[in-house]
Design a protein around this ligand. Structure first.
Ligand SMILES: [Zn+2]
Ligand SMILES: [Zn+2]
Length: 266
């Protein structure tokens, strides 16, 4: 796919399940899933976790948020994202098409009394929620989705721009069929964001929770010819010390754990 420009990923939050804070989490950060992808003039957020609270507000074009699935850790930042409080702004939120109506209902339920002081229609900005087609264009970027593997469902998201390919596979549990599907979907990708929530030995007690491991990610990356992998959705119990030790043990420069605030140029 030929298009001009560049693609840049900023990690705004990569913690899984629930935000954490404190000195044990100062290297990798504590905010939940949110990544800003700059593709030419387009601004695309992957998920709306608590990291969205720290996201930029002003853009030359309306930003788009692509939701992997409507679990609360991926929606925590939406209600406090300053942009949706600003009159005259528009933000588009795409939810997985498979259960779009249900996803929209979940979001509206989460952001309405008694769980939240006001409904999303009470904000001054315009937030449009739409079902995400299997394939679409956002400006010059081509976006595709594929079925993930997670309780209640999740979607894998692929963004192609300027000849570069980014795949987002969060809240993904490995398995024969699911891993084959992801391997095919991410073939030759430049960067794979892979759910490596559990360490070796931790997965056994969490089978069926919908997350994977660094080791499974490495196997998938090598199988799919993926060039680089950033491990995401860190377990809230994984301190900096734990994650640094895992990185060091692996000893590969093409694989690392996502650090909040990091910018990756593709
Ligand atoms: Zn999650
Ligand atoms: Zn989830």
């Amino acid at each position: 796919m030929a298009c001009d420009g560049h693609m840049r990923v900023t990690v705004l939050g990569s913690r899984g399940s629930v935000p954490v804070c404190g000195s044990d989490f100062s290297v990798f950060g504590g905010n939940t899933s949110c990544y800003l992808v700059e593709a030419g003039d387009e601004r695309i957020f992957l998920d709306a976790g608590s990291g969205l609270v720290n996201a930029p507000v002003r853009f030359s074009r309306a930003p788009v948020i692509l939701l992997s699935h409507p679990h609360v850790d991926h929606l925590l930042g939406l209600g406090m994202y300053e942009r949706i409080s600003q009159p005259g702004t528009m933000t588009k939120l795409y939810v997985p098409a498979r259960d779009a109506q249900e996803a929209q209902a979940v979001i509206e339920r989460l952001y309405s009394p008694p769980l939240w002081p006001l409904g999303l229609d009470g904000y001054a900005g315009d937030l449009q929620i739409e079902a995400m087609p299997k394939a679409m264009r956002i400006g010059e970027a081509a976006v595709e989705t594929e079925r993930g593997s997670h309780p209640g469902g999740s979607q894998l998201i692929k963004i192609c721009h300027a000849g570069k390919v980014l795949v987002y596979a969060t809240d993904f549990e490995h398995g024969e069929k699911a891993s084959a599907r992801l391997a095919q979907f991410s073939r030759d990708a430049d960067l794979l964001l892979y759910d490596g929530q559990y360490g070796e030995g931790e997965y056994g007690a969490h089978r069926g929770f919908g997350h994977s491991t660094l080791e499974e990610g490495v196997a998938l990356m090598d199988r799919a010819g993926v060039k680089k992998m950033m491990v995401v959705h860190h377990d809230p119990h994984s301190t900096d010390k734990v994650l640094l030790a895992r990185e060091r043990k692996l000893g590969r420069t093409d694989i690392w754990f996502a650090r909040e605030g990091a910018v990756i140029e593709l």
